[in-house]
Structures are given as structure tokens and as C-alpha cells.
Design a protein around this ligand. Structure first.
Ligand code: ZN
Ligand code: ZN
Ligand code: ZN
Length: 366
């Protein structure tokens, strides 16, 4: 089961262990993780009040009540109450807490307006981050969650496998991007979260989106794409393509990158630190003289959010455990010239690692 009802009880144990009295979760992935409710983020207050003990209360605007009741949330034992437009909903949070509280954990991505309103409604409660409690739970994926990520990986692989239909000289990045976006949905995603088509010099900007630049013969093109499946789980995969014959300098460093990405994937197993996976990607790139050109961490966790714990970065000594899923995505970026990145989502398993993107990582010439 993707959203099992016992998660609320596990979270309550963690709330107590963290010395918190309750979590207050506005719409976002923590709320969805705990209750299955994929709520709209609005200026109207939707908030799950999850005390360390006892019943959780889901406060929703009255017009959202049908959606909340149709979600898996009531099946997890959550009591749904509503408020009407014009009514101050914050006293309902106080009431749902049942008494004075000393410390609450707020959803990390709660709007500032709501954080301040909660401070006013609960003036004696210290505010901390809900991620203290929820991130360690979300980071350790169940087999059902890994299966959902595997399905997302296969869906985005199917889009990359079709790149030759769209990516060619004479078209703009934006035109290619529109075709890719349609294919992301056709492959089974519910939403298109990002489409990066970075040709030629644009490839040196890791988070370039698309532009009106016309793709030219010989251009390397970095294509990084992802979406969210109906399950709520995300895909994210990068391949670098060349349209025609690339510059020889590019072919040279692509081989360095290719070997580095493979080495980092192969380094993943239980007990090794997140930082050592980063080092496995970084060392061969630095040894080849491109250390300064690899300007970001090696990877990020993925699940209900596209970026979440664990981060594969220098200084993160977290030992990997089976069920942790994250990207391995080193890149080399030469400003004004071109760039390359290779990204697979992988999951740490009992025996080592499973790649959830299974296409080859060689340079694809179109
Ligand atoms: Zn990124
Ligand atoms: Zn990506
Ligand atoms: Zn990524």
C-alpha cells in the first residue's frame, strides 16, 4: 500500500521522541505522505494538526471538504473539520491541539503568512521544522514506494528513448521542449515538473530551461526532464545528446563524465556515506582537470518531492540504507561553450544498488 494508515502512528512516536507536542502540516508532501491527501496550497488554511498522542484533525476550507473526504485521509482515522470564508480558522488549530503546547513542528514549505498567523494563535509554542520528524521517515522508502519510483523512472526513460523524433538542428529548444512535455504526459505522468533543453552554450547553465535558440549542427544538448506520476512520486533523468558531430573537446570530457557517473552509481551500497558517493563522482572529474567545472552536488533524494533528503553532497556523512532513493547526476559545464550531465535515479538495496533509469548513458548521437 502506497499510503498505509500506520504512518500517522509512526509519526506520533517520532514527534514524542523529538520533544515536540504536535506537527502542523499545510498542503505539501508531508501531508500527502501521512494521509494520502494531495491538497491544494491556497491562502485559505488547510492544516493537519497531528498531536503526539490522540486523534489527528484535518482543518479544511468548507469548499475543499468533499475533496478531503474523498481522499484516503478519513481512512487513516483523521477527523475532518471545516471553516467558512470570512471565519478566522486559526482558533480551530488551538482547539484541535486540546490545550497549551510548548513546541510545534511546521511544514517546511508553509507560507510565511501562515507561520506568522500560527505564531499569533499559539504565542507560547516554539516553532520548529516538521522535517526533523518526517524527513527520516520519508527518506527510507518502502517496497511500494520504490515500485512507484521504478514506474516513474520507466515513464521518463520512455520519453528519452523517443528524443530522436524531436531533437534536430533547425528547431528551437522551446519547440523541442513542447514536444517533450506532451510526451511526458503521454508516458503516464500527471504533471510535467520541468523540461530543460540546453543546447550549445546554454548547456553550461545547469538549470537553463528552454529558449528560442535554434539548435545548430554539432551542438551538444543537455536534456533534463521530470514529472509527477498519479501515485505522487516523481521522475528526473538527464541525458546529453549531440546533433551531428560534436567538438572534439566535448567528446573528451564526456568520456570523463560517463566514467565518473558510472563509478558513483557503483559506489552505492548500505553503510557507505552520502558524501563518499559524491566523492566517487567528483574525484575522476577533478583528476581529469575539470573539478572547477562540476559546480553542484552529485545528487538529491527523490520521492513525493523532486528534491528531498538524502542529499549526495560533501559533508553529508549519513550512511546509506536500503530504500534510500536519490539521483546521481554529475556534470561538467564550460561557460560560453557547452556542457554535459548524466543523471539516473538509483535506490540503495540490501545487495548494493538498483538503477531506476535503465537507459544507457553513452553519448547519444542524433
Ligand atoms: Zn537540478
Ligand atoms: Zn534532473
Ligand atoms: Zn535531479
Amino acid at each position: 500500500m502506497l499510503y498505509p494508515p500506520e504512518r500517522l502512528a509512526h509519526a506520533q512516536t517520532a514527534i514524542t521522541a523529538a520533544g515536540l507536542d504536535a506537527l502542523l502540516l499545510t498542503p505539501g508532501s508531508d501531508l500527502r505522505y501521512l494521509t494520502g491527501y494531495n491538497a491544494h496550497a491556497l491562502e485559505r488554511l488547510t492544516c493537519l494538526v497531528l498531536p503526539a498522542e490522540g486523534t489527528a484533525t484535518l482543518i479544511v476550507p468548507r469548499l475543499e471538504r468533499p475533496a478531503a473526504e474523498a481522499s484516503p485521509a478519513p481512512g487513516t482515522g483523521v477527523a475532518v473539520i471545516d471553516h467558512v470564508d470570512g471565519e478566522d480558522p486559526y482558533p480551530l488549530v488551538r482547539k484541535a491541539l486540546g490545550g497549551p503546547v510548548r513546541a510545534v513542528g511546521l511544514a517546511d514549505r508553509m507560507w510565511a503568512a501562515q507561520v506568522l498567523a500560527l505564531r499569533a494563535a499559539l504565542p507560547d509554542a516554539a516553532q520548529r521544522l516538521a522535517s526533523e520528524v518526517i524527513a527520516p521517515l520519508r527518506m527510507r522508502k518502502t517496497p511500494a514506494e520504490v515500485a512507484a519510483l521504478r514506474e516513474a523512472g520507466a515513464a521518463i526513460d520512455a520519453v528519452h528513448a523517443r528524443m530522436g523524433e524531436w531533437l534536430r538542428a533547425g528547431r528551437t529548444e522551446a519547440e523541442v521542449g513542447l514536444d517533450i512535455a506532451r510526451a511526458i504526459r503521454e508516458a503516464g505522468h500527471e504533471t510535467v515538473d520541468f523540461v530543460i533543453v540546453a543546447s550549445g552554450p546554454n548547456g553550461a547553465s545547469p538549470h537553463h530551461a528552454t529558449s528560442d535558440r535554434v539548435i545548430a549542427p554539432g551542438d551538444p544538448v543537455v536534456v533534463d526532464i521530470g514529472g509527477t506520476m498519479p501515485s505522487g512520486y516523481c521522475s528526473d533523468s538527464t541525458r546529453t545528446y549531440v546533433v551531428g558531430t560534436p567538438p572534439s573537446e566535448f567528446t573528451g570530457y564526456y568520456e570523463v563524465l560517463h566514467a565518473a557517473q558510472k563509478a558513483a552509481v557503483a559506489a552505492v551500497r548500505p553503510g557507505v556515506s552520502a558524501s563518499s558517493v559524491d566523492a566517487a563522482a567528483r574525484s575522476p572529474i577533478a583528476d581529469a582537470g575539470y573539478g572547477e567545472a562540476f559546480v553542484h552536488r552529485t545528487g538529491h533524494g527523490i520521492g513525493l518531492d523532486g528534491h528531498e533528503d538524502p542529499y549526495i553532497v560533501t559533508g553529508n556523512d549519513l550512511p546509506l540504507e536500503p530504500g534510500m532513493a536519490f539521483s546521481v547526476e554529475p556534470g561538467i559545464y564550460l561557460a560560453g561553450r557547452h556542457g554535459a550531465r548524466i543523471e539516473d535515479i538509483v535506490v540503495c538495496t540490501d545487495g548494493g544498488v538498483e538503477r531506476l533509469n535503465t537507459l544507457g548513458t553513452e553519448l547519444v548521437e542524433l
